[in-house]
Design a binder for this molecule. Structure first.
Ligand SMILES: [Zn+2]
Length: 323
């Protein structure tokens, strides 16, 4: 019998809300809303409330058919009390999201962080199904990871384990948003790649990516992909460089943690096979021989929907694991 819940992936640019069949992981219906302009506590809460109503109306499901609601947000979370402590890219602090949504819909609400829910999604219905020791690494605006140890997510002593984006790959190197220098995400995240391309164009380097750019709009993955297909020298050089740093980060994870598998997610990994293949090939070369020979790599199977599927399974996961 089908059992439904609602999963919400609350990011800096969009909120994705979906009804998921918890037995099969099937995506019944979803709505996507932009969060770019409407930030701050009240607007974000209103957006979540509206998106739940819409996904129910559009899918024809009733609130009674929904067992619970799971929310994952980019930022620091108080998991026990369901409070979004700090989410700079949503302009929110101490948002009592669990309490607010529970009082509106009279359903239990579970709150996690964005990487945690995406990892749970991949663990239940994606590339991690059937595996007990693996790491999910998501290359997006930043770079984050979820560590699965003996079938459970490893949160760390203060709940921030998996911050692979802040592994130092170049001491004293480029400044990072965390306040440090030389962190992996300052070299290999989408944002870092975008900055490198824009910087090189401003210095007068030639590239065919200029033909696809729209003023004041960010560089899209599809533009990078097209430039690579056209063998554009600049984009190829920047992607190769990012891939080299990312491989160094992955090799550190392989040597330190010895996982059976690494799942790689995020738009660039999903869409650009060259980036994915080159990175894993170099990561194996840079790692110690025995863990490198035995490790498996997979792309995240649920792509953009890892987060909503995992958010919908958040309650299930926590109850099964007493966390
Ligand atoms: Zn950092």
């Amino acid at each position: 019998m089908s059992r439904y819940s609602i999963g919400i992936d609350l990011g800096g640019t969009k909120v994705l809300t979906a009804i998921i069949d918890k037995e099969t992981g099937e995506l019944i219906h979803f709505v996507k809303k932009k969060t770019k302009k409407d930030k701050g506590v009240e607007k974000i809460v209103q957006k979540i409330i509206n998106s739940i109503r819409e996904v129910l109306e559009e899918s024809g499901k009733t609130l009674e058919e929904i067992e619970e609601i799971g929310i994952g947000a980019a930022g620091q979370i108080d998991r026990k009390n369901g409070i979004l402590l700090n989410a700079p890219n949503l302009n929110c602090e101490n948002l009592r999201i669990k309490e607010l949504i529970e009082s509106e819909y009279k359903k239990d609400v579970y709150v996690g962080n964005d990487v945690e829910i995406a990892t749970i999604g991949e663990m239940y219905f994606g590339s991690g199904k059937g595996y007990k020791d693996f790491v999910c690494i998501f290359v997006g605006t930043g770079i984050g990871s979820g560590i699965v140890q003996d079938g459970k997510i490893r949160y760390g002593y203060t709940g921030t384990a998996g911050e692979i984006g802040h592994i130092v790959v170049d001491p004293g190197g480029r400044p990072c948003a965390c306040g440090g220098c030389g962190c992996l995400e300052a070299y290999a995240s989408r944002l870092a790649i975008e900055k490198r391309i824009i910087g090189a164009l401003k210095k007068g380097r030639k590239s065919d990516i200029i033909n696809y750019l729209v003023e004041d709009k960010p560089i899209k993955t599809s533009m990078i992909k097209k430039s690579l297909e056209n063998k554009d020298e600049l984009v190829l050089q920047i992607i190769n460089e990012a891939s080299e740093y990312l491989a160094a980060g992955l090799a550190s994870v392989i040597n330190f943690y010895n996982p059976s598998m690494i799942i790689l997610g995020g738009g660039l990994m999903d869409a650009i096979d060259y980036f994915y293949e080159r990175t894993i090939q170099m990561a194996k070369i840079k790692s110690l021989p025995i863990p490198a020979q035995n490790i498996e790599f997979k792309k995240a199977k649920l792509s953009d929907f890892s987060g909503v599927v995992g958010a919908a399974l958040l309650c299930e996961y926590r109850k099964n694991n007493n966390t």
